[in-house]
Write a protein that binds this ligand. Sequence first.
Ligand code: UDX
Length: 492
Amino acid sequence: MENHIERRSSCRRQRVVLFPMPFQGHINPMLQLANILYSKGFSITVIHTNFNSSYKSNYPHFTFRPVLDNDPKDNNLAKLASKGIGDLLLGIMLLNQCGADSLHRELEQMFVASKQQHEPIVCLITDALWYFTQSVADSLKLPRIVLRTSSLFCVNVYASIPLLDDQGYFNQADSVFYEENIMSPDDTSNFKKTKSSKPVLNLEEQVPEIPLLKVKDIIKMRIKGQEDPTGKLLANMLKQTKASSGVIWNSFTELEEPELKKILQYFPVPCFLIGPFHKCFPASSSSLFEPDRSSMSWLDHQSPSSVLYISFGSTAQLEEQQFLEVVHGLADSKQPFLWVMRPGFIKGLEGTEPLPKWFLDLVGERGRIVKWAPQQEVLAHKAIGAFWTHNGWNSTLESICEGVPMICSPFWGDQPLDARYVSDVLKIGIYLENGWAREEIASAIRRVMVEEERDEIKKRTKCLKEKVNSSLSKGGSSYESLETLIGYISSF
Ligand code: UDX
């Protein structure tokens, strides 16, 4: 015990600088990681863009420093704060292109201050997508550790993009079906691969290069190949992650063991799987929206395992037609529900204008709609029976940790990969992989909430929840990996 305290107090003389991406799904894990490191005795500085940093007041024990978009004379960067989430990719690219000087200056000033305080900055931890930070860290001889906020499986697929591109899988990424995700499965037979010399594949076919995936999973990522801006961004991310001093993952070994082997071969640097982070520190304090706590008292009045929780994260948007299919599917399922409808969640609209009057009556009887929920608490509530999710990695982990089965409706990026993993590998969710047809929605809800199949899924989710808990306990994989990480950072 004494040694532990001694180490903590001596560690407090070391400062770690963390730099999150300014989006909810990236801020939450980075701030949770910051809290974990603080609890281990490190001082914390968080550098942030002004684009999305409203959570600062919840962390009086951290130092916050603005960078990049805080210079009003810089036309590129100053405009960024006023841009919407639709410009997400543009913002990431812009900051990666223009951010180096500003970050360099800021870090130099921090070095001066840290010297005066006798509290050396020992390393920089940045989101993997901030790939430009590697050269800045190198020029200052500061070790950079990468935080990758997705699954390992997702990164293994990203690493295969050049191979998949050469095979022609991205050729038809504009396919109407997967841009809008509303056609019936029969329509998918029209999809053909053209670049490959292989025979024509349909979307339901397995990808031989990554047998876990179907062709349509690759299309759903919405990357158009290695020369596409997103493809280039990911290639840079991987390259600069390889050049870093280590990678921290918000995952745990037992969840992705076969993927870990590939990751260790791909990245020649130490890897630390210390997740799920949120089990140590909740996400609500880094929320960009105000959670509506009335959802909790509403849940208190519902029967155990009876409520379907629906949330598609902080950025996904539904077409109006898809939204109405959800409305009908929910009504037909006859199950109680708690539905998060973020402002702007229906494409082109601020509110929920298309909601029919009859559905609002139904909400009065057996539903609740909120703009933002305290998601972790909701998932931990005994009334929750299943989570209809977009499979952002944080939501996926939060569901796993609470032993809640999922219905998977991914939109883009890593989400279709996580959905496939949840449904086909972990077998703890039902993948609505053919879009948004009301009959399929109602059927999936009943399968996961009332029909016999539910018991098997529930058994597997419970087993996985136990694995999470043991990985975080003393001697468990995440616990031990965190200890190694702390030793590693302290040694810089
Ligand atoms: C984004 C990407 O979409 C995702 O695929 C990637 O893995 C991370 O970045 P996002 O879409 O916001 O994230 O999804 P997710 O990763 O699930 O993160 C959402 C976070 O917001 C979760 O921590 C969740 O608990 C929180 N949340 C969501 C709430 O607190 N309340 C809500 O009502 C909805």
